[in-house]
Design a protein around this ligand. Sequence first.
Ligand code: SAM
Length: 329
Amino acid sequence: MNPVDYLRISLIDRCNFRCQYCMPEGAKLDYVLRQELLSDGELLTLLREVFIPLGFRKFRLTGGEPLLRPGVVELVRAIATLPETEDLAMTTNAFLLAPIAPALFDAGLRRINISLDSLKPETFDKIIGNRAQSRWQQTWEGIQAAHRVGFNPLKLNVVVIPGLNDSEVLDLAALTRDRDWHVRFIEFMPIGNADLFRDRAWIPSEELRDRIRSHWGLIPAQVKGNGPADIFQIPGAKGTLGFISQMSECFCDRCNRVRLSADGWLRPCLLNETGQINLKTALREGTNLAQLREQVRALLNLKPEINFKLRDSGTTIGTYGRTMSQIGG
Ligand code: SAM
């Protein structure tokens, strides 16, 4: 396995969208109470005293919707200015991004991934569970603002749901032809909305690549990501196409990450719930930080076994206790 040096940090479990694949309509989610969220101080203590000494250098802020976290710009600044931070990124739905993008950049954020599942406002609103005035335009403006401000690379994440947005795969891929953007197609997982998954199932990345290949051609990209995506390019395109195939492919050997939920649970593998440690409770109960570091080190040693042996359970319905918004996608 790759060395594990990448921590995905959920800043909040709440979201201003209710994407069908993440939170089923009408489902009652128990949001974490504010006092149960890791505070900025607790998070920074964990980074300085536990994760950085264990070799973590790359951090991604996610959620829920990370832009809903009060004081997010200052938290970005605090993490970006830790001397050991080599890479700080964010995953957002971009709805609240436009006015705050310059301040985030100024605070040291350089990379951003934005979820955009459709170019058609009607389909977009259906996917994000919006019945009021369309939210597509404001999201698109958030993407444009990120581009203007200079976030690079700018990645767009698309979860492909059969019958909902799979007819747009070529249009979404086309965004990369004359823009230096990176569109990443993610296989739909049975996490968050089992009924939708049962109803629609998922499309293997290879099938999407075939569609794109027969239209424009498709070549492996020169740039290699350091994550799970397989990266390709339409010949002559400025940007790239990534395929994240956690359903059809085992990429545990490339896994370099663990996840920290907004309420402080450290999770070694997205695809199963084994081995999680409640760091927040340990911290609040006064566990010695050196001891906590050793617990995390022991979990990292176990990670290969947890990943390889148990990943398959995550590709079947009924194995997730939390949605992606609660885990930190
Ligand atoms: N609110 C932010 C956003 O919309 O990007 C960050 C959180 S969201 C949970 C992070 C990522 O999880 C999104 O890119 C979303 O596409 C992905 N995701 C959520 N549920 C998923 C599922 N069932 N299958 C595959 N990806 C999923």
